[in-house]
Write a protein that binds this ligand. Sequence first.
Ligand code: AMP
Ligand code: MG
Length: 334
Amino acid sequence: MGWTLGIETTAHTLSFGLVDDNGVPYPAASDTLRPDEGGIHPREAADHHKDVAAHLFETALQQHQLQPSDICAVAYSQGPGLGPCLRVGAAIARGLATRMDVPLIGVNHCVAHIEIGRQQCGCDDPVLLYVSGGNTQVIARLNGRYRVLGETLDIGIGNMLDKFARNQGIPFPGGPKIEQLANEFLAENPSPSMEGLELPYAVRGMDLAFSGLLTAAQRLIDNGASLNAVCWSLQEHAFASCVEVAERAMAHTGKSELLLGGGVACNQRMRTMCDEMAGDREGASFAPPRMYCIDNGTMIALLGWLELQHRETSLDESAIDQYLRTDQTPIAWS
Ligand code: AMP
Ligand code: MG
């Protein structure tokens, strides 16, 4: 036995993480491409990952005083994500597994967010509110698979925040800065009113849609509303819609635990709203440490470790799948 390496490359972050032979997670070494302007260009992100991979892999091993020979398995994100980025990760994984002659396992990125959350928070059977840059999904385990009960019909909530921020000249990632400006607004307006700051409703049945919110928030700015006030309103509206769908999912499935995952789960206001909702239902809300909310190689290593007890990925089956769905992965572990 030895360590399982996890390689994460679904989007703008390249990350190498590790779990030990008991599946205990260790912090990852990560490097994120931050475009000076515009969104992520998949090919530029892939080039970035290629450029920094060798050095980052060394850092990941060194920070835990490990040698390549300590690695007994290689896990990688097989999908979903940006094709060029996923291909770089899969190529690194194949190369390392072949060179070190250890098992290879391709795993589902969304499922990895759930499993690191369960492991970190000690929750058992949660509804997951997965709020990241590209994804916004409400997921629950039913009949041996994680099922998507609701999701965004257009852009991910993080992309919406990042785009709004970019239009105001705030560089990527915009989410943390929006949180800061919203907090400044609250510090100056302890009992704020939504009057004049209303935005459209993002809930569509069990699904969500954020592009209308983005346009309307921009219109408030164009009509002279203060940036801090609009950041506050945007957070309140966007997060409330996610929490509403998550609450309905808990009611439908009869589950009492809520788990947050994805980069937007770093947001304290989002965490508080989830705590309040779960508390009202006499349930509980959990959020992993921030380093395990954002994309990280450790969650890939953990899911690889769990799945390797049941299967491995041959080179023939190791191609990436940009559109891999959360419910395509049978849950063989407990
Ligand atoms: P991920 O796609 O899971 O790697 O997460 C990246 C996304 O999380 C980006 O869209 C960020 O803007 C967003 N994000 C990170 N921190 C925060 C925060 N504190 N509040 C809101 N969004 C955040
Ligand atoms: Mg993610």
